[in-house]
Design a protein around this ligand. Structure first.
Ligand code: SF4
Length: 212
C-alpha cells in the first residue's frame, strides 16, 4: 500500500473511531485549559484531572492564582510530578496574564511561550484545542502509532513530529492530533494493542501485533 493510501486509511480509521475527539483534560475555560496542559507535562491526563476537579474550584482566573500564592498552589498540586516547579510556573503565568494580557491567555506561539512553564508543546496543544490551529503535536501515543504503521520512521517523538507535520495536510493536523492521541491511548495501546479488531491490521508494519 502506498504512503498516501495508508495516510488516508489511518485518517478514516481514527476519525470514525473517535468522531467527537477532544482533549480529555478537565477545564471550564481557556485559562484553566492552559494551566491543565502546563501541569500535564510528565503526567497523565488522569492524574491531572483528579487534582484539577478540586483545584479549579479555587483557580478560575489568573487573579485567583495570585490570591492563592505559590504555597497554596503547591499544596493543591502536590501529587503531580515536578509540583514545586509547576506551582511556581502557574503563579508566574498568572502574574504575566494579569499584567500583560488582560487576564486572558494570548493566542500566538510567541506570546504563549513567554509565559512561565509554557514551552512550544504546551503552546501548540493549547492553540490546536482552542483555535483548531494546524499543529500535530507528537506525544508518545502519536509517535508509537505512526511508527508502528510505518507512516513515519523516526526514533524520537521530535523526529516523528518533524516528518508528520510535513506529510499530512495542514488542515488535517488539529483533528489528527486529537484523534491519534485517543487511538494510541485506547486502541493501539503500548503493551497490548487491539490488533485483532484494527482496521489498519492488513497494512500495519508492527512486527509484534497482538492477535489474542
Ligand atoms: S494493527 Fe495493531 S499495532 Fe497496528 S495500528 Fe492496529 S492496533 Fe496498532
Amino acid at each position: 500500500m502506498k504512503l498516501q493510501e495508508k495516510k488516508e486509511l489511518l485518517k478514516k480509521t481514527v476519525y470514525e473511531m473517535f468522531p467527537d475527539a477532544e482533549t480529555e483534560l478537565y477545564h471550564n475555560n481557556e485559562f484553566q485549559l492552559l494551566i491543565a496542559i502546563l501541569m500535564s507535562a510528565q503526567a497523565t491526563d488522569k492524574q491531572v484531572n483528579i487534582i484539577n476537579r478540586n483545584f479549579f474550584e479555587f483557580l478560575k482566573t489568573p487573579e485567583d492564582g495570585l490570591n492563592l500564592g505559590v504555597e497554596e498552589i503547591t499544596e493543591f498540586i502536590s501529587s503531580v510530578s515536578f509540583f514545586n516547579n509547576k506551582a511556581k510556573n502557574i503563579f508566574k503565568t498568572c502574574e504575566i496574564l494579569v499584567a500583560k494580557h488582560n487576564s486572558l491567555p494570548p493566542k500566538t506561539i510567541d506570546e504563549l511561550t513567554e509565559l512561565a512553564g509554557v514551552g512550544i508543546k504546551t503552546a501548540k496543544v493549547f492553540l490546536s484545542v482552542t483555535e483548531g490551529a494546524p499543529y500535530l503535536w507528537v506525544d508518545t501515543h502519536v509517535h508509537r502509532v505512526l511508527n508502528r504503521i510505518w507512516i513515519v520512521k523516526a526514533k524520537t517523538p521530535l523526529g516523528t513530529d518533524k516528518i508528520a507535520s510535513k506529510i499530512f495536510n495542514a488542515q488535517d493536523l488539529a483533528k489528527l492530533h486529537d484523534t491519534l492521541v485517543l487511538f494510541g491511548r485506547y486502541h493501539c495501546i503500548a503493551r497490548k494493542p487491539k490488533c485483532k479488531t484494527c482496521p489498519m491490521l492488513p497494512w500495519c508494519s508492527y512486527k509484534e501485533k497482538n492477535l489474542d
